[in-house]
Design a binder for this molecule. Structure first.
Ligand SMILES: Cc1ncc(COP(=O)(O)O)c(C=O)c1O
Length: 435
């Protein structure tokens, strides 16, 4: 793995380090998040899809309230995968009709809460549809209710984020339950949406298209069946999920959103002509390239026992990079190195390093045999492309303090602390609870 060629993130780090009071000695690690990038991505989505499309950005990718509020100000919505994510979305000010609640394990109380708050709701199972049917007569709601389908079109290259295989813990398996699903829509007139999500990262474009198409065909079949019975169009919303893959490395060559939108329009024209209200749930594509993370190198451990590969001891590991530590073959980042003042270290990357975190277990190593210029204590290790699914996967093991998150606008270095660094008192409160 090489150093990332772009210099801009190092320049941002350098400017942040020299900005008075922004980064202090306690900030052993910092997340930097480009707010202009976020704005640009949302604008791109608006341009590529029909104007009526609801872009419900996945909260799980980046759940900071200050970021969610900015997403809301851009007029798009949020997708929530749990009750707290749903509360975050509503607290961020997002109008309920722009919030999609997708948790796969909703309790009766959670369903009731969602319906009372009029958010969009996707049932994940046939049993959940039955629960919703029980609860609906007990309250007034404007919620639009859909059913998540597993299109069973296959898995991508990453098993843990592929959810459209023959077996998936998500949704109702299409091949197994097709007729049951159709009957369910015939019976329940309040079921007016279908939902599909094929996977996140590692799913090639043809697989994403195949999954969406399988559920689009189902929507068409159900609407046709209802028309034959003299009923009007019942399925009016189509939620195609997220999952467009993104580049982590220069050799990655993911499809563009433009390509995805073009193929969707060609193969499923009714998603674009107003027949269905289209809903998207992108997360990684929106956030990934907007964020990078830095950690000070506290020590460099010389090692003869490891074939001469020394170990840079840094302040982040499996607390923030859980997938990178447990599944390094599938999840990894590009790295760069800067000195204590933020100047790029551009010497030849002749030495390889282990990048070891601060947690109390041996697996807490986010990078192995990484070629970098010579590292010294006090340097900053830059971990690129961390805007999605890193901070949001924060682990509480060893009670580490979540780092400060600094927002900036493109290259003009207008700083905004999006979240202060956690204090030890914050951790005390976390473990103690409200008591
Ligand atoms: C139901 C659902 N929607 C949307 C997403 C977002 O996927 P991505 O961030 O890959 O776009 C996920 C990710 O796991 C998901 O499970």
């Amino acid at each position: 793995m090489q150093q990332k060629s772009t210099h801009s993130e190092i320049e941002i780090l350098k400017a942040a380090l020299s900005h008075p009071g922004l980064i202090n000695n306690d900030d052993t690690a910092i997340v930097l998040y480009n707010l202009q990038h976020l704005t640009g991505k949302i604008e791109e989505l608006k341009e590529l899809f029909p104007p009526a499309t609801l872009h419900a950005i996945a909260v799980k990718a980046m759940p900071l309230p200050s970021v969610l509020e900015k997403i809301n100000r851009q007029g798009v919505g949020l997708e929530a995968a749990s009750l707290p994510e749903l509360v975050l979305a509503l607290k961020a000010g997002v109008s309920p009709d722009k919030v999609v609640f997708d948790s796969p394990v909703k309790t009766r109380e959670e369903i009731r809460f969602a319906l009372q708050n009029h958010v969009r709701l996707n049932a994940d199972s046939l049993d959940e549809v039955a629960r919703i049917a029980e609860i609906l007569p007990t309250l007034e709601t404007k919620s639009i209710i859909g059913l998540r389908i597993n299109p069973q079109v296959g898995t991508g290259t990453i098993a843990i984020t592929s959810v459209a295989g023959d077996y998936s813990k998500f949704g109702v398996a299409l091949r197994v339950h097709r007729q049951e699903i159709i009957n369910l829509f015939i019976k329940n007139t309040w079921l007016t949406a279908l939902h599909v999500h094929v996977g996140s990262q590692g799913c090639p474009l043809p697989l994403l298209i195949k999954g969406v198409k399988a559920v689009y065909d189902l929507a068409e079949e159900i609407n046709l069946e209802l028309a034959r019975k003299g009923r009007g169009q019942q399925i009016t919303s189509f939620d195609m999920g997220g999952g467009l893959p993104v580049a982590y490395h220069p050799t990655d060559n993911p499809p563009t959103m433009q390509q995805y939108a073009d193929i969707l329009q060609q193969t499923m024209p009714k998603l674009f002509d107003g027949t269905y209200r289209l809903i998207t749930e992108f997360g990684r594509w929106v956030h990934l390239h907007g964020g990078f993370t830095v950690s000070r190198v506290e020590y460099v451990k010389q090692s003869t026992a490891n074939g001469g590969v020394n170990t840079a001891m840094i302040h982040l590991g499996a607390d923030m990079f859980i997938r990178e530590c447990y599944l390094p073959e599938q999840w990894s980042h590009e790295y760069s190195l800067a000195d204590a003042a933020g100047n790029r270290k551009s010497g030849e990357a002749t030495q390889k390093y282990m990048l070891a975190g601060p947690l109390c277990f041996q697996g807490d190593i986010m990078g192995r045999n990484i070629a970098l210029p010579q590292i010294q204590a006090g340097d900053w290790l830059i971990i690129h492309d961390t805007g999605a699914y890193t901070l949001s996967q924060w682990s509480r093991y060893n009670s580490r303090q979540m780092p400060k998150v600094i927002g900036y606008n493109g290259n003009d270095h207008e700083w905004e602390v999006l979240k202060p660094r956690e204090t030890p008192e914050d951790l005390w409160r976390f473990w103690k609870g409200r008591g």
